[in-house]
Design a protein around this ligand. Structure first.
Ligand code: OOG
Ligand code: NI
Length: 477
């Protein structure tokens, strides 16, 4: 549907697939370290925006019908200098096996209609009245979704109907738009107009994953597609790729019907991303420190962000996956090597003893809240470390070739990049009155609105690490 609606998306898919094939040919198995080529090539994320907590709850139900659950909370109101009056989450599978089968996420934002920095009391009232009158999702779709969720799937023709009817909810509507109303909202925020100025929602981008985003950026530019100024997120550097790098281009204006005649709107765009290793709570706070450091050095020197960022990365981030793990910054799982039993048998009794003592140290470390053989991270999240403490000294096991370390890929989003993506595709900064105070919104609010728990991505990864260590311990003991 999206390729039919936005032809530039088809070009992006083609160039992404070409880049991926070239990287695979060049780097071999190493290219697949963060996901098989099959998964990476199939992988997408999309984004939608809704207007009310009720619409959010309904869309949560539809995604639950596809095994996709809300993960993470992002407040885009503060992540950027101009007007993006939304808070967001992303729907995706939680289980690693399910993600491998359905590598699809939908970044989902809901308008904060009662934030006075953006909407006056009278505009809020008119906006809420407008939103209350529309229906984004037909009752039949919601009914099929509820059944798909409770029965863990749907039978033959119901499944086909559900997929088709749910997809149709996200197509661009041809209904005429009230220009006066749309423009009034657009003066405050183009995002507010896109959400509350029309009677439906629509998918606004669909993002493929590439293995080399710098190369993709060059190739799209060579094809004459104007990309945003730079790639968002971590810089290009020689060390491990962490988190998420993204870039986007503005879609062409599309003809749209208005109540007073034909017109056009630019509401959809193209984006592409490269995914890296997820960070632990400690890694994430270091990342936030690095961002602040980059800002400070840029402000002092006026040098380009990418150059300053690469410099800061080289100074402060470990240059190898192993060190990222030893310092408790990266998220990993561990499994027994195929020849683990032989290797264990071959070890001298003294060496086995060392590994066993490692297990004791790990348990002690867990009690005091530090990673074994790593300095205590400043902000270890609760639970971060029973993970390591639940089993043997996993670093020693990896070093001895008994265990294999595997990175956990970052499956989520970055608020700053998201705000940058929103911004880069707006024509106008909009306006907001920072003399007034905004409305509080947090992950608890999001969970209440959805009627579902919003998972914390860092805690989720800790669970994956812990489960892998438990399985490893069983296998080698
Ligand atoms: C969502 C922008 C955020 C990303 O990849 O960070 C996003 C939107 O424009 O609705 O998709
Ligand atoms: Ni996106």
């Amino acid at each position: 549907m999206y390729g039919r609606e936005v032809p530039a998306y088809t070009t992006l898919l083609r160039v992404s697939a070409e880049v991926n094939a070239d990287v695979l040919a060049e780097r071999g198995a190493d290219a697949e370290r963060l996901g098989s080529i099959g998964r990476v090539t199939a992988e997408r994320h999309g984004a939608i925006r809704v207007g009310t907590p009720e619409e959010l709850r309904q869309v949560g139900r539809i995604f639950a019908g596809f095994g996709m659950h809300p993960v993470g909370f992002y407040d885009l109101r503060d992540a950027s200098a101009s007007s993006v009056p939304v808070v967001s989450t992303a729907f995706r599978p939680l289980d690693a096996g399910e993600l491998a089968r359905n590598p699809f996420r939908v970044f989902t934002s809901v308008l904060v209609t009662d934030d006075r920095r953006f909407f006056s009391a009278s505009l809020q009232e008119r906006l809420e009245t407008f939103l209350a009158r529309r229906q984004l999702f037909p009752p039949r779709v919601l009914e099929l979704a509820a059944r798909a969720e409770s029965d863990h799937g749907l039978g033959g023709s119901d499944a086909a109907e559900f997929v088709e009817a749910a997809t149709a909810c996200f197509a661009l509507s041809r209904e005429p738009i009230d220009r006066g109303w749309y423009d009034e909202l657009a003066r405050i925020s183009a995002v507010a107009a896109d959400i509350g100025g029309v009677s439906s929602t629509h998918i606004n981008h669909l993002t493929p994953r590439v293995l080399d985003i710098d190369e993709l950026y060059r190739r799209m530019t060579d094809l004459g597609v104007t990309m945003i100024d730079e790639i968002q997120g971590p810089p290009a550097w020689e060390g491990p790729d962490v988190l998420l790098r993204q870039t986007s281009f503005r879609a062409l204006a599309e003809p749209r019907g208005f109540t007073d005649g034909p017109g056009e709107l630019r509401v959809r765009f193209g984006e592409v991303e490269a995914r890296g290793i997820a960070l632990t709570a400690a890694g994430r706070s270091l990342y936030d420190e690095l961002l602040a450091e980059v800002d400070a050095r840029r402000a002092a020197s006026g040098r380009p962000r990418t150059e300053v960022a690469a410099e800061v990365w080289r100074e402060r981030l470990p240059a190898t996956e192993e060190d990222l793990d030893r310092r408790g910054l990266g998220a990993f799982t561990y499994r027994a090597a195929a020849d683990a039993p032989d290797r264990l048998r071959a070890l001298r009794a003294a060496d086995r003893e060392v590994l066993a003592r490692g297990a004791v140290r790990a348990e002690e470390a867990a009690r005091v809240g530090a990673t074994p053989s790593a300095p205590a991270p400043a902000a270890a999240a609760p639970g971060a470390l029973e993970a390591a403490g639940a089993g043997p000294d996993v670093h020693a096991l990896v070093a001895a070739g008994i265990a294999v370390r595997e990175p956990i890929v970052y499956e989520d989003f970055l608020p700053r990049s998201a705000a940058g993506i929103f911004q880069s595709n707006l024509t106008d900064a909009g306006q907001r009155d920072d003399a007034l105070t905004g409305t509080a919104r947090d992950v608890g609010w999001m969970s209440d609105a959805l009627g579902r728990d919003v998972a914390d991505p860092i805690v989720r990864n800790e669970e994956l690490t812990r489960a892998s260590l438990q399985a490893l311990t069983l296998e080698i003991s």
